[in-house]
Write a protein that binds this ligand. Structure first.
Ligand SMILES: Nc1ncnc2c1ncn2[C@@H]1O[C@H](COP(=O)(O)OP(=O)(O)OP(=O)(O)O)[C@@H](O)[C@H]1O
Length: 290
Protein backbone atom coordinates (compact mmCIF):
# COMPACT_ATOMS: atom_id res chain seq x y z
CA UNK A 1 0.00 0.00 0.00
CA UNK A 2 1.47 3.40 -0.93
CA UNK A 3 -0.79 5.52 1.28
CA UNK A 4 -2.95 4.41 4.18
CA UNK A 5 -5.09 6.65 6.35
CA UNK A 6 -6.88 5.14 9.32
CA UNK A 7 -9.75 6.87 11.09
CA UNK A 8 -8.52 10.41 10.44
CA UNK A 9 -10.57 13.20 11.98
CA UNK A 10 -10.52 17.00 11.81
CA UNK A 11 -12.71 19.46 13.67
CA UNK A 12 -12.99 23.23 13.09
CA UNK A 13 -14.62 24.83 16.14
CA UNK A 14 -17.77 22.81 16.75
CA UNK A 15 -17.87 21.49 13.17
CA UNK A 16 -16.59 17.95 12.57
CA UNK A 17 -15.26 18.44 9.01
CA UNK A 18 -13.74 14.96 8.68
CA UNK A 19 -15.18 12.23 10.83
CA UNK A 20 -13.23 8.97 10.84
CA UNK A 21 -12.05 8.51 7.24
CA UNK A 22 -10.12 5.40 6.09
CA UNK A 23 -8.22 5.51 2.80
CA UNK A 24 -5.98 2.91 1.16
CA UNK A 25 -4.19 3.69 -2.06
CA UNK A 26 -2.18 1.14 -4.00
CA UNK A 27 0.85 2.20 -6.05
CA UNK A 28 -0.27 3.12 -9.59
CA UNK A 29 -3.93 3.56 -8.63
CA UNK A 30 -6.07 6.65 -9.09
CA UNK A 31 -8.58 7.29 -6.30
CA UNK A 32 -11.30 9.91 -6.67
CA UNK A 33 -12.90 11.62 -3.69
CA UNK A 34 -16.38 12.80 -4.61
CA UNK A 35 -18.91 14.74 -2.61
CA UNK A 36 -21.01 17.89 -2.38
CA UNK A 37 -19.65 21.26 -1.19
CA UNK A 38 -18.50 21.06 2.41
CA UNK A 39 -18.37 17.24 2.50
CA UNK A 40 -14.78 17.34 3.77
CA UNK A 41 -12.90 16.39 0.59
CA UNK A 42 -10.32 19.21 0.60
CA UNK A 43 -9.70 18.86 4.33
CA UNK A 44 -9.13 15.11 3.88
CA UNK A 45 -6.78 15.79 0.96
CA UNK A 46 -4.84 18.39 2.94
CA UNK A 47 -4.33 15.95 5.82
CA UNK A 48 -3.09 13.30 3.39
CA UNK A 49 -0.74 15.88 1.83
CA UNK A 50 0.68 16.70 5.25
CA UNK A 51 -0.54 20.30 4.88
CA UNK A 52 -2.94 19.93 7.86
CA UNK A 53 -2.52 17.77 10.93
CA UNK A 54 -5.39 15.39 11.73
CA UNK A 55 -6.81 15.71 15.26
CA UNK A 56 -6.62 11.92 15.49
CA UNK A 57 -5.97 8.87 13.34
CA UNK A 58 -2.86 7.82 11.46
CA UNK A 59 -1.44 8.33 7.98
CA UNK A 60 1.29 6.07 6.58
CA UNK A 61 3.23 6.55 3.32
CA UNK A 62 4.89 3.36 2.08
CA UNK A 63 4.32 1.94 5.56
CA UNK A 64 5.93 4.83 7.48
CA UNK A 65 4.51 7.88 9.28
CA UNK A 66 4.80 11.10 7.25
CA UNK A 67 8.30 12.56 7.64
CA UNK A 68 10.19 15.57 6.27
CA UNK A 69 11.14 13.61 3.16
CA UNK A 70 7.43 13.12 2.33
CA UNK A 71 7.28 16.55 0.62
CA UNK A 72 10.06 15.42 -1.76
CA UNK A 73 8.01 12.43 -2.85
CA UNK A 74 4.61 13.97 -3.46
CA UNK A 75 3.21 16.56 -5.86
CA UNK A 76 0.29 18.82 -5.09
CA UNK A 77 -1.78 20.62 -7.67
CA UNK A 78 -3.59 23.29 -5.70
CA UNK A 79 -6.77 24.96 -6.94
CA UNK A 80 -4.92 28.27 -6.70
CA UNK A 81 -1.19 28.87 -6.46
CA UNK A 82 0.19 32.36 -5.91
CA UNK A 83 3.01 32.87 -8.41
CA UNK A 84 5.34 35.88 -8.43
CA UNK A 85 4.36 38.50 -11.04
CA UNK A 86 6.20 38.84 -14.33
CA UNK A 87 7.52 35.29 -14.51
CA UNK A 88 7.15 33.33 -17.71
CA UNK A 89 5.94 29.74 -17.63
CA UNK A 90 9.55 28.57 -18.05
CA UNK A 91 10.71 30.80 -15.18
CA UNK A 92 7.91 29.50 -12.92
CA UNK A 93 9.08 25.94 -13.58
CA UNK A 94 12.71 26.89 -12.93
CA UNK A 95 11.71 28.60 -9.68
CA UNK A 96 9.79 25.53 -8.43
CA UNK A 97 12.62 23.23 -9.53
CA UNK A 98 15.01 25.17 -7.30
CA UNK A 99 13.00 23.98 -4.24
CA UNK A 100 13.94 20.31 -4.79
CA UNK A 101 17.11 18.21 -4.87
CA UNK A 102 16.10 16.13 -7.90
CA UNK A 103 14.01 17.43 -10.76
CA UNK A 104 12.62 16.49 -14.14
CA UNK A 105 14.01 18.60 -17.03
CA UNK A 106 12.00 21.54 -18.36
CA UNK A 107 11.89 19.88 -21.80
CA UNK A 108 10.37 16.70 -20.37
CA UNK A 109 7.75 18.72 -18.49
CA UNK A 110 6.94 20.72 -21.62
CA UNK A 111 6.30 17.46 -23.49
CA UNK A 112 4.42 15.83 -20.62
CA UNK A 113 2.08 18.76 -19.96
CA UNK A 114 1.95 20.13 -23.50
CA UNK A 115 3.33 23.55 -22.55
CA UNK A 116 5.21 24.15 -25.82
CA UNK A 117 2.88 26.81 -27.23
CA UNK A 118 3.07 29.06 -24.17
CA UNK A 119 6.33 28.21 -22.42
CA UNK A 120 7.69 31.76 -22.86
CA UNK A 121 4.42 33.56 -22.05
CA UNK A 122 3.94 35.45 -18.80
CA UNK A 123 1.97 33.20 -16.46
CA UNK A 124 -0.76 35.77 -15.84
CA UNK A 125 -1.49 35.91 -19.58
CA UNK A 126 -2.48 32.21 -19.71
CA UNK A 127 -6.01 30.94 -20.39
CA UNK A 128 -7.73 28.84 -17.71
CA UNK A 129 -6.77 25.56 -19.40
CA UNK A 130 -3.16 26.68 -19.93
CA UNK A 131 -2.94 27.78 -16.29
CA UNK A 132 -4.12 24.35 -15.08
CA UNK A 133 -1.41 22.76 -17.26
CA UNK A 134 1.20 25.03 -15.70
CA UNK A 135 -0.05 24.18 -12.17
CA UNK A 136 0.11 20.49 -13.09
CA UNK A 137 3.67 20.90 -14.41
CA UNK A 138 4.67 22.66 -11.18
CA UNK A 139 3.30 19.74 -9.16
CA UNK A 140 5.41 17.34 -11.23
CA UNK A 141 8.83 19.09 -11.14
CA UNK A 142 10.13 16.75 -8.42
CA UNK A 143 8.95 13.57 -10.21
CA UNK A 144 6.57 12.65 -7.38
CA UNK A 145 5.48 9.10 -6.56
CA UNK A 146 2.08 10.38 -5.53
CA UNK A 147 0.15 13.28 -7.04
CA UNK A 148 -2.70 15.11 -5.29
CA UNK A 149 -5.14 17.08 -7.42
CA UNK A 150 -7.84 19.24 -5.85
CA UNK A 151 -10.67 19.76 -8.37
CA UNK A 152 -8.19 19.94 -11.26
CA UNK A 153 -10.66 20.81 -14.02
CA UNK A 154 -13.14 23.07 -12.24
CA UNK A 155 -13.94 26.04 -14.46
CA UNK A 156 -12.44 24.56 -17.65
CA UNK A 157 -14.41 24.31 -20.88
CA UNK A 158 -15.23 20.79 -22.14
CA UNK A 159 -12.36 20.73 -24.66
CA UNK A 160 -9.77 21.88 -22.11
CA UNK A 161 -11.12 19.31 -19.62
CA UNK A 162 -10.85 16.48 -22.13
CA UNK A 163 -7.27 17.54 -23.00
CA UNK A 164 -6.37 17.68 -19.31
CA UNK A 165 -7.81 14.20 -18.77
CA UNK A 166 -5.61 12.87 -21.60
CA UNK A 167 -2.52 14.25 -19.85
CA UNK A 168 -3.58 12.68 -16.54
CA UNK A 169 -4.20 9.35 -18.31
CA UNK A 170 -0.67 9.48 -19.73
CA UNK A 171 0.73 10.12 -16.27
CA UNK A 172 -1.31 7.22 -14.94
CA UNK A 173 -0.06 4.98 -17.73
CA UNK A 174 3.47 5.83 -16.59
CA UNK A 175 2.59 4.43 -13.16
CA UNK A 176 1.97 7.66 -11.21
CA UNK A 177 -0.33 7.19 -8.22
CA UNK A 178 -3.03 9.86 -7.99
CA UNK A 179 -5.61 11.06 -5.53
CA UNK A 180 -8.05 13.67 -6.77
CA UNK A 181 -11.14 15.47 -5.59
CA UNK A 182 -13.82 16.31 -8.10
CA UNK A 183 -17.42 17.38 -8.46
CA UNK A 184 -17.62 15.77 -11.88
CA UNK A 185 -18.91 12.22 -12.10
CA UNK A 186 -17.66 11.87 -15.68
CA UNK A 187 -14.18 12.86 -14.52
CA UNK A 188 -14.24 10.15 -11.85
CA UNK A 189 -15.57 7.56 -14.28
CA UNK A 190 -12.92 8.51 -16.85
CA UNK A 191 -9.85 8.61 -14.61
CA UNK A 192 -10.39 6.75 -11.36
CA UNK A 193 -9.80 3.08 -10.56
CA UNK A 194 -11.67 3.59 -7.31
CA UNK A 195 -14.07 6.25 -6.12
CA UNK A 196 -14.93 7.20 -2.57
CA UNK A 197 -18.15 9.12 -2.01
CA UNK A 198 -17.98 11.55 0.93
CA UNK A 199 -20.83 13.18 2.80
CA UNK A 200 -20.80 15.03 6.16
CA UNK A 201 -17.14 14.15 6.76
CA UNK A 202 -17.55 10.41 6.21
CA UNK A 203 -16.96 8.04 3.30
CA UNK A 204 -20.38 6.59 2.54
CA UNK A 205 -19.27 4.18 -0.23
CA UNK A 206 -15.99 3.18 -1.84
CA UNK A 207 -15.15 0.80 -4.68
CA UNK A 208 -14.53 0.75 -8.41
CA UNK A 209 -17.17 2.85 -10.19
CA UNK A 210 -18.51 -0.32 -11.87
CA UNK A 211 -18.77 -2.28 -8.60
CA UNK A 212 -20.46 0.63 -6.82
CA UNK A 213 -23.11 0.81 -9.51
CA UNK A 214 -23.59 -2.96 -9.58
CA UNK A 215 -23.98 -3.10 -5.79
CA UNK A 216 -26.52 -0.32 -5.57
CA UNK A 217 -28.59 -0.53 -8.74
CA UNK A 218 -30.48 -2.87 -11.02
CA UNK A 219 -28.95 -2.86 -14.54
CA UNK A 220 -31.32 -0.21 -15.92
CA UNK A 221 -32.85 3.01 -14.69
CA UNK A 222 -36.13 4.04 -16.27
CA UNK A 223 -37.38 7.61 -15.94
CA UNK A 224 -41.01 8.70 -15.90
CA UNK A 225 -42.70 12.09 -15.63
CA UNK A 226 -42.65 13.08 -11.95
CA UNK A 227 -46.28 14.28 -11.96
CA UNK A 228 -47.60 10.74 -12.55
CA UNK A 229 -49.32 8.91 -9.68
CA UNK A 230 -47.49 5.61 -9.30
CA UNK A 231 -49.65 2.78 -7.85
CA UNK A 232 -48.46 0.79 -4.85
CA UNK A 233 -48.07 -2.56 -6.70
CA UNK A 234 -45.37 -0.83 -8.80
CA UNK A 235 -43.74 0.77 -5.74
CA UNK A 236 -43.76 -2.62 -3.98
CA UNK A 237 -42.11 -4.50 -6.85
CA UNK A 238 -39.50 -1.95 -8.02
CA UNK A 239 -37.08 0.44 -6.32
CA UNK A 240 -38.55 3.85 -7.15
CA UNK A 241 -37.12 7.30 -6.34
CA UNK A 242 -37.87 10.94 -7.15
CA UNK A 243 -34.87 12.57 -8.81
CA UNK A 244 -34.77 16.11 -10.26
CA UNK A 245 -38.57 16.13 -10.54
CA UNK A 246 -38.79 12.78 -12.36
CA UNK A 247 -39.49 9.27 -11.12
CA UNK A 248 -36.64 6.81 -11.52
CA UNK A 249 -37.49 3.11 -11.53
CA UNK A 250 -34.75 0.46 -11.34
CA UNK A 251 -35.40 -2.52 -13.56
CA UNK A 252 -33.73 -5.49 -15.20
CA UNK A 253 -35.58 -5.18 -18.49
CA UNK A 254 -37.33 -2.23 -20.13
CA UNK A 255 -39.86 -4.51 -21.88
CA UNK A 256 -40.87 -6.10 -18.59
CA UNK A 257 -41.30 -2.70 -16.92
CA UNK A 258 -43.35 -1.35 -19.84
CA UNK A 259 -45.59 -4.44 -19.63
CA UNK A 260 -46.06 -3.83 -15.90
CA UNK A 261 -46.80 -0.12 -16.34
CA UNK A 262 -49.28 -0.93 -19.10
CA UNK A 263 -51.03 -3.57 -17.01
CA UNK A 264 -51.32 -1.06 -14.14
CA UNK A 265 -52.64 1.58 -16.60
CA UNK A 266 -49.78 3.99 -15.86
CA UNK A 267 -49.26 6.30 -18.87
CA UNK A 268 -45.72 6.13 -20.30
CA UNK A 269 -45.35 9.92 -20.07
CA UNK A 270 -41.68 10.95 -20.22
CA UNK A 271 -40.56 7.31 -20.33
CA UNK A 272 -36.87 6.72 -21.11
CA UNK A 273 -34.32 4.11 -20.08
CA UNK A 274 -30.61 4.44 -19.42
CA UNK A 275 -27.84 2.88 -17.37
CA UNK A 276 -27.38 4.23 -13.84
CA UNK A 277 -24.32 6.43 -13.29
CA UNK A 278 -22.29 7.74 -10.35
CA UNK A 279 -24.49 10.81 -10.15
CA UNK A 280 -27.54 8.59 -9.54
CA UNK A 281 -25.59 6.73 -6.89
CA UNK A 282 -24.66 9.92 -5.13
CA UNK A 283 -28.28 11.07 -5.04
CA UNK A 284 -29.36 7.65 -3.79
CA UNK A 285 -26.80 7.54 -0.97
CA UNK A 286 -26.91 11.14 0.18
CA UNK A 287 -30.19 12.54 -1.07
CA UNK A 288 -28.15 15.39 -2.57
CA UNK A 289 -27.39 16.48 -6.10
CA UNK A 290 -23.74 17.12 -6.92
N1 LIG B 1 -9.78 26.31 7.97
C1 LIG B 1 -11.06 26.11 8.23
N2 LIG B 1 -11.66 26.70 9.28
C2 LIG B 1 -12.95 26.49 9.58
N3 LIG B 1 -13.76 25.66 8.87
C3 LIG B 1 -13.22 25.04 7.82
C4 LIG B 1 -11.86 25.23 7.44
N4 LIG B 1 -11.61 24.46 6.35
C5 LIG B 1 -12.77 23.84 6.05
N5 LIG B 1 -13.73 24.19 6.94
C6 LIG B 1 -15.11 23.67 6.96
O1 LIG B 1 -15.05 22.26 6.94
C7 LIG B 1 -16.06 21.71 6.10
C8 LIG B 1 -15.44 20.86 5.03
O2 LIG B 1 -14.73 21.71 4.13
P1 LIG B 1 -13.94 21.14 2.88
O3 LIG B 1 -13.33 22.32 2.18
O4 LIG B 1 -13.05 20.06 3.30
O5 LIG B 1 -15.11 20.53 2.00
P2 LIG B 1 -15.11 20.11 0.47
O6 LIG B 1 -15.82 18.80 0.40
O7 LIG B 1 -13.73 20.16 -0.07
O8 LIG B 1 -16.00 21.24 -0.18
P3 LIG B 1 -15.87 21.94 -1.64
O9 LIG B 1 -16.35 20.93 -2.61
O10 LIG B 1 -16.81 23.11 -1.52
O11 LIG B 1 -14.45 22.35 -1.85
C9 LIG B 1 -16.84 22.92 5.56
O12 LIG B 1 -17.98 23.10 6.37
C10 LIG B 1 -15.88 24.07 5.72
O13 LIG B 1 -16.57 25.29 5.90
Amino acid sequence: MLLTATQIRKRFGDHQAVDGVDISLLEGQCLGLLGPNGAGKSTTLEMLEGVQQPDSGSILFAGHPLSNSYREQIGIQFQQTALPDYLTVRECIELFSSFYHQCISVDELVALCDLGKFIDKLHFHLSGGQRQRLLLALSLVNQPRLLFLDEPTTGLDPVARAQFWETLKQLKAQGLTMLLTTHYMDEAAELCDRTALMNHGKIVAEDTPQALLKDHFAPLLAELDGSLELPSPLMDQYRVQKQSGNWTVECGSADELIAKLTSLKVPLRGFSVRQPNLNDLFIKLTGQVL
